[in-house]
Design a protein around this ligand. Structure first.
Ligand code: UT7
Length: 326
């Protein structure tokens, strides 16, 4: 076991609530379709100039407060996002600017919805190597600004938000029991934002073609998501010698209730172990796992000593799973 602890967790969600019925006013969709096909009832969206780093800074500040430390005491900041503030610098550096802190390394990991688990793996190895004591791992997204609000196949799915954990050294019987991560770049094209990078630089034509917005082949993504999330989770359980009934709380990435349910069923984890924020927040990508952890913790559902199972899947394609004794 890699001994570590979440010293604090935090979250930051915009106030504005967009319900399915609000979308049905301007799109050919319905609350019934969205709920039945995805499990989503509402999502939060930012207003005005609020960007991903604003939400990330809010979540990290909240997590630091719970951990009883000042943000300046962090040894590192990792932000997982695929809706970054700018092409460069990293969103993590904008977060430092918001928090008024400097010195510690700050960088992004970009593994889509798997980014929190990727960041956790980096932080765990960093801490285990003895090079850091406290690392903020944050998942943050402002999808509302990269969605095509005329495309009902994507815009009904995603939301904005950020969650963070302060990962620190621990003496007791807690830490990462097992973890794995992987990716398959041969499937990169099925979930992407095509324009704005060096592959397809921004131009009037890319704007006209809506190429700066999320493009997704939904049913292909769905199929791979179920396979990858359940496969990585089963591998992590085998590596840790943990059975499905040993899991106290299961927090999968929350993209679609049918994906979560199929992954849970394949792993054999009892349905009552799932903790979900999907209905209220939609798919908040990299933020879904840390927001759910923070809320499960504050609701008293996730307690010290519990075994927490996490698994995720995202653009790349990427995936990962981690089992943790909390
Ligand atoms: O976080 C990781 C990234 N994302 C995901 O994991 C998402 C993975 N994919 C999915 O969750 C699902 O594939 C979707 C929710 C995106 C779509 O659900 P589906 O059951 O795969 O539906 P579909 O794409 O096969 O579409 C079925 C029908 C189509 O109509 P026709 O062609 O059968 O006439 C769509 O045009 O539903 C239609 N449709 C909608 N209808 C009402 C698609 N979006 C909507 C909508 N409202 N918002």
């Amino acid at each position: 076991m890699r001994r570590l602890k979440f010293l604090g967790t935090g979250r930051c969600l915009p106030d504005k609530v967009v319900r399915n019925d609000d979308l049905a006013v301007r799109l050919e969709t319905s609350d019934a379709w969205i709920r039945e096909r995805t499990g989503i009832g509402a999502r939060r969206t930012v207003e005005g100039k609020t960007s991903t780093s604003d939400l990330a800074a809010g979540a990290i500040a909240d997590a630091c407060q719970e951990a009883g430390i000042e943000p300046g005491e962090l040894d590192g900041i990792i932000v997982g996002t695929c809706s970054q503030d700018t092409l460069f610098p990293s969103t993590a550096c904008w977060v430092q600017d918001h928090l008024g802190i400097r010195g510690m390394p700050a960088f992004d990991v970009m593994a889509g919805c798997s980014s929190f688990l990727y960041g956790l793996e980096v932080a765990a190895n960093w801490i285990e190597a003895g090079r850091a004591k406290r690392v903020a791992v944050c998942g943050a997204e402002v999808f509302s600004k990269i969605l095509d609000w005329d495309d009902r196949r994507t815009c009904v799915l995603f939301g904005d938000g950020a969650g963070a954990a302060i990962v620190g050294r621990a003496e007791g019987d807690c830490g990462i029991l097992s973890a794995n991560w992987g990716s398959d770049g041969t499937l990169a094209s099925i979930l992407q934002v095509p324009a704005g990078g060096t592959r397809l630089p921004a131009s009037h034509a890319t704007v006209d073609e809506h190429a700066h917005f999320v493009y997704m082949e939904g049913s292909k993504v769905f199929k791979h998501a179920v396979r990858a999330m359940s496969g990585s989770l089963l591998q992590a359980m085998e590596d840790a010698g943990i059975g499905p009934d040993d899991v106290d709380v299961f927090i999968p990435h929350q993209a679609n209730i049918r994906i979560m349910e199929a992954s849970r069923e394949r792993a054999g984890i009892p349905v009552e172990k799932v903790y979900s924020v999907l209905e209220d927040y939609g798919n908040i990508s990299a933020a879904s796992i840390p927001v759910a952890i923070c809320e499960a913790r504050r609701a008293g559902v996730l307690r010290d000593g519990h075994i927490l199972a996490m698994t995720a899947f995202g653009t790349g394609l990427t995936w990962g799973a981690a089992l943790m004794r909390y």
